[in-house]
Design a binder for this molecule. Structure first.
Ligand code: NAD
Length: 497
């Protein structure tokens, strides 16, 4: 079957469009007039092109977002915002097959995950955040000033927000950022990753169809420099929310100092998976495999460092290796693919570079370790043993399907185990596998990361705050924490004397 026969008619029609920017509810060409190729990472083919936005395009988008913030969107009552968001969630579900195919073709993630996980999660995020729109409230502080006073606080939308997305979860992260911003009453200038702009563009069309007013959600496609840089330093933007590499996050932070805009950063990770001898080893092996191999390891919370008690290390690694060996590495649209490609030639080179460096530094390949085929950017699920801190595969974020394994012993107490798990500049996620509830709680408290799973790695739910300690970022997304991050608190005091 040809590529075009494999995709559904709406996805095909969308792919064939001349994609433009979306500013003030209209598709417009970029000021550069230039186009960027959009590649299918499963075969390296160009599937479409996008508009290469400029700083001037960002200016236009910010102006539209400001007009909407002070105009049409400000007039929409919270319950109407909630209804619009529910309508949006329904449209996302109705267009689920089309969105899932576009996501799979552009990001390489197997279609089954896009259809069965991403689409429900994305619509759920809009439904969940819609619920908050009517519940964003202030307080009435009990002041102790002399005489009689009344005081209350208002929680107001922060204003025009810039949102910069990475390529690993284009649809999901769109919902993590856009849903709380809409619920809070903000307006948005969003830049998808230059490698994966398709679903953000389609989502912006659906937002308009849902009745979200023009100018509330503007999309400027293009490269980090100039588009992302222009958003980060723009004086007309009140907050920037970014997901991506720690290196780029630091640049954004510097750029944001001009007008001291609020900054939320979701950055890298090197998350530990810690397995005790009393754990259910089948469950731990399945969980550890999923933690590192899901989406070819291109997950900020990926469980890339395994710490297993020495008594069960070899058995556990055998079980994870057995799972890895059975995984079908294949094209995203193939029904039986468990693992798709990594996103680009650059990412492939980066991951294979780490594999070479790891072996030069003494690591042994237990399973995997090689590129698959010579078309597209596929890598075998890989386990490296004999790894230790100081090796680049242990210390650095690889962002590929590569697990490094290490052991701990009976005489290592929980402080020692935690110190080894915490020996990283990152602190995004962690998991502890044990049947002893005391170990679970005591170790969870000692781990320095934004999330700790017990007998699960990285549980995802719209209500759970997500973000990092240390260099994994600033602030939280999801849950009410996300709403807080898109609002400002104002204290109003009345002198009644
Ligand atoms: P990146 O951080 O450079 O890109 C992420 C987004 O930031 C993209 O939209 C990009 O256009 C934009 N950007 C780039 N430079 C910018 C700038 N100066 N100002 C504002 N925006 C800018 O990530 P990458 O180069 O695509 O990937 C490199 C590595 O980053 C990966 O190998 C991985 O380790 C890490 N990464 C992490 C995540 C995550 O979820 N934490 C996601 C993607 C990549």
């Amino acid at each position: 079957m040809s590529f075009h026969e494999r995709i559904n008619a709406p996805a095909r029609a969308f792919l064939e469009k001349q994609h433009q920017l979306i500013i003030n509810g209209k598709a417009v060409e970029s000021r550069s007039g230039k186009r960027l190729d959009i590649i299918d990472p499963g075969n390296g083919n160009v599937i479409a092109t996008s508009a290469a936005g400029t700083a001037e395009d960002v200016d236009l988008a910010v102006a539209a977002a400001r007009r909407a913030f002070e105009g049409d969107w400000a007039k929409v009552k919270p319950n109407q915002r909630a209804r619009l968001m529910i309508r949006y969630a329904e449209l996302i579900e109705a267009h689920g097959d089309e969105l899932a195919q576009l996501e799979s073709i552009n990001s390489g993630k197997p279609l089954t995950f896009c259809r069965n996980a991403d689409i429900p999660n994305v619509s759920e995020m809009f439904r969940y955040m819609a619920g908050w729109a009517t519940k964003i409230e202030g307080t009435s502080p009990n002041v102790s000033l002399p005489g009689e006073w009344a005081a209350y606080t208002l929680r107001e939308p922060v204003g025009v927000v810039g949102q910069i997305l990475p390529w690993n979860f284009p649809l999901n992260l769109f919902s993590w950022k856009v849903a709380p911003a809409l619920a809070s009453g903000c307006t948005i200038v969003l830049k998808p990753a230059e490698l994966t702009p398709l679903t953000a563009l389609r989502m912006a069309e659906l937002a308009l169809e849902a009745g979200i007013p023009a100018g509330v959600l503007n999309i400027v496609t293009g490269c980090g420099n100039p588009v992302g840089a222009a958003i980060s330093e723009h004086a007309g933007i009140d907050k920037v929310s970014f997901t991506g590499s720690t290196e780029t996050g630091k640049k954004i932070l510097h750029a944001a100092t001009g007008n001291l805009k609020r900054v939320t950063l979701e950055l890298g990770g090197k998350s530990p998976v810690i397995v005790f001898p009393d754990a259910d080893l089948d469950a731990a092996a399945a969980g550890a495999a999923r933690a590192i191999f899901f989406h070819a390891g291109q997950v900020c919370a990926a469980g890339s460092r395994l710490f297993a008690h020495e008594a069960i290390h070899d058995d556990l690694v055998d079980r994870i290796a057995a799972i890895a060996s059975k995984m079908k590495v294949g094209y995203g649209l193939d029904d039986d693919s468990d693992l798709g490609p990594v996103i680009s030639q650059t990412q492939l080179d980066r991951v294979t570079g780490y594999l070479v460096a790891g072996q030069e530094q003494g690591a042994q390949v237990r399973v995997g370790g090689k590129r698959v085929g010579d078309r597209g950017y596929f890598i075998e699920p890989t386990i490296l043993t004999g790894t230790r801190p100081g090796m680049s595969v242990v210390d650095e974020e690889i962002f590929g399907p590569v697990l490094s394994t290490m052991t701990f012993r009976d005489d290592d107490d929980l402080d020692v185990i935690a110190a080894r798990a915490n020996a990283s500049p990152y602190g995004l996620s962690a998991s502890v596998w044990t049947s002893d509830v005391r170990i679970a709680h005591r170790l969870a408290r000692r781990i320095k990361s934004g999330a700790v799973g017990v007998n699960v790695h990285s549980a995802a739910d719209a209500s759970l705050p997500y973000g990092g300690f240390k260099q994994s970022g600033w602030g939280r997304e999801r849950g009410f924490d996300a709403i807080e991050s898109y609002t400002e608190v104002k204290a109003i005091t009345l002198n009644l004397n």
